[in-house]
Design a protein around this ligand. Structure first.
Ligand code: FMN
Length: 460
């Protein structure tokens, strides 16, 4: 039988679609994240998901409000997983650490602590960061360039692994009768001396139960791909289409093989933003609402200095190469797009209209009326939406697995908690029925390495 996929939740409490927080009933106050995190964690664990994943971004600013509102204010990822360690007992917990700014000893220590506290459920996502403002928050003059960031990231991986190996498996003796607590020979220095990092070791936390805590990496540059393919257990890819995902997965597997690694040791994980309803039509109506809630250049938002410039009909027309003289530029957001106007939007306009039919049941001639608001919003705020009932969502997961596009998925939810719960309660049972998601019983007592089907690490 084919193995189930690896399925985890990428947790963004404010929702993964930028207008999600405006949806009726959505969580929208980061000061009350504790409650929503607890709820998401229990829900994900009960559904048998493999892990909860927390990204990170080392700066904030008013420009994020309309682009990536979930980055504005949220719990730091290592704090989030340590908090959830106490309210869960089976699910894996993956936190992001930025190797450009983090201290490797401190990172190795908190991750080993998480692994000990959870009996081997810890994972770490290593990123080098793309946010230049992070430099000013960490006492640096400028954000380092791609090459030096990845040089440091490689040393960081080495440092983590050596620190986690500080205690040999039989170093802790605890023989009360003889009064022997440890075997000093089994406590080893890390002795990392690189161009970017120097760490003496050993680590002052017990050996993590997994030995090597699973490493996740996400990025797009050649150095990032090389790091993912040679060092990571999970590679997160950004590929929006099936064809691109197949190509990216193949490329990563090839780089792994060239580096002398079995490509099957690398799991490639694709993002998915399922919008789930009891019926396809109900799910499409949710997308209609999300699109209608995207702030466009009208009302008070448009006056904000950080308001994105792509939220006008003119910007959409420019992007689609529509003539400067075309009267469609004078349309209002809530006017229906006419057949004649649609024809003047060219091939890319036709593709956008076709997509809106597929994800939201909107159309020029058929379906619910397609307005300029929908077109501008869908163009300005794209997302990897997969929209429908349990069967439609499961078809997507199955197709991507069968075509070799992904070994698993990071599930994003447009808003919390309703859309995450729609995924776990409506879609997850169908995924399980088709053998795409493991059964809850199977995951009892598993470490994250077991869940990811990575061979266990034996102390050198
Ligand atoms: C699926 C995915 C998730 C990512 N998550 C984060 C994150 O949480 N924090 C972060 O700083 N960067 C994140 N990144 C960005 C990468 O770390 C990287 O900085 C970015 O893709 C630029 O590419 P490069 O580092 O390969 O040059 C993510 C990228 C992808 C593809």
């Amino acid at each position: 039988m084919t193995e189930p996929l690896i399925i985890g939740a990428m947790v963004r409490t404010l929702g993964a679609y930028p207008s999600g927080w405006r949806h009726p009933g959505a969580h929208r106050d980061p000061a009350t994240d504790a409650g929503i995190l607890r709820r998401i964690a229990r829900e994900g664990e009960d559904a048998g998901l493999d892990y909860l994943f927390f990204g990170d971004w080392l700066a904030t600013g008013p420009d994020l409000e309309f682009r990536d509102p979930y980055l504005l204010a949220r719990i730091d990822p290592v704090s989030a997983v340590l908090f959830l360690a106490g309210v869960t007992s089976r699910i894996g917990l993956i936190a992001t650490v930025n190797t450009t700014y983090a201290d490797p000893y401190a990172a190795a220590r908190s991750l080993a602590s998480l692994d000990v506290l959870t009996g081997g459920r810890a994972g770490v996502n290593l990123v080098t960061g793309a946010e230049p403002r992070a430099a000013g928050n960490h006492g640096r003059d400028a954000h380092a360039d791609n090459e030096s960031r990845y040089d440091r990231a490689e040393e960081f991986v080495e440092a983590l692994r050596r620190l986690w190996d500080s205690w040999s498996e039989d170093a802790w003796i605890a023989d009360a009768e003889r009064g022997v607590l440890i075997d000093p020979e089994g406590l080893r220095p890390a002795a990392v001396e690189g161009a970017h990092l120097r760490v003496a070791g050993p680590l002052n936390v017990a050996r993590p139960p997994q030995g090597r805590i699973p490493i996740v990496h996400a990025g797009t540059s050649p150095r990032s791909r090389a790091l993912a393919a040679t060092e990571a257990d999970l590679a997160l890819i950004a590929a929006p289409t099936l064809v691109e995902a197949i190509a990216t997965r193949r490329l990563l597997r090839d780089i792994a093989a060239e580096a002398g690694r079995s490509p099957d040791e690398l799991r490639v994980i694709a993002p998915v933003l399922p919008v789930v309803g009891d019926t396809d039509a109900a799910a499409k109506r949710i997308v209609q609402t999300l699109l209608a809630l995207v702030p466009l250049a009208e009302g008070h938002q448009a006056a904000r200095p950080a308001f994105p410039p792509n939220r006008t009909i003119g910007a959409l027309a420019d992007a689609l190469d529509v003539s400067r003289e075309d009267p469609l530029r004078e349309a209002t957001f809530d006017a229906r797009v006419t057949t004649a106007e649609a024809e003047r939007l060219g091939e890319r306009g036709a593709a956008l209209i076709e997509r809106l039919d597929r994800i939201a049941g909107l159309g020029v001639r058929t379906g619910d009326p397609l307005t300029w608001r929908h077109l501008v919003a869908a163009h300005a705020v794209p997302a990897a939406f997969v929209v429908g009932d349990a069967g439609t969502i499961a078809d997507h997961f199955e197709l991507w697995r069968d075509e070799g596009a992904a070994d698993g998925f990071n599930v994003l939810s447009a808003f919390q908690p309703a859309q995450f719960e729609a995924f776990t309660r409506i879609a997850a049972p169908e995924l399980r029925r088709r053998g795409l998601l493991r059964s809850v019983a199977e995951s009892q007592g598993s470490t994250l390495r077991d869940r990811l089907r990575i061979s266990s690490y034996v102390d050198a």
